[in-house]
Design a protein around this ligand. Structure first.
Ligand SMILES: [Zn+2]
Length: 92
């Protein structure tokens, strides 16, 4: 479910970023805006903002702004795991 931001229009990223005020949609903590705000590439890899599908694409969720939110890469990954482990219901 993790998508690199460059694959999307940056305007979409900005509008989501502003409506979430730079906070992760899953854990509520702030996210680094760019690689240069964190000390190490490894931290960036875990904490970078990623597009999260509210309804997973695997469950038929559309690839559109109303189905997308921004979340840390680590939170996005964890959510995917939880969903795979549960009965497939979506937590939002
Ligand atoms: Zn998070």
């Amino acid at each position: 479910m993790t998508q690199p931001i460059a694959a999307y229009e940056s305007g979409l990223f900005l509008s989501l970023w502003e409506s979430q005020q730079g906070c992760c949609a899953l854990c509520g903590e702030s996210m680094p805006r760019s690689r240069f705000e964190v000390a190490h590439a490894t931290i960036w890899k875990r904490e970078r903002p990623t597009f999260d599908h509210i309804v997973p694409r695997a469950a038929g969720g559309p690839d559109r702004a109303e189905n997308l939110q921004l979340a840390h890469a680590r939170c996005n990954k964890r959510k995917g795991k939880d969903q795979a482990a549960s009965d497939g219901r979506v937590r939002t």
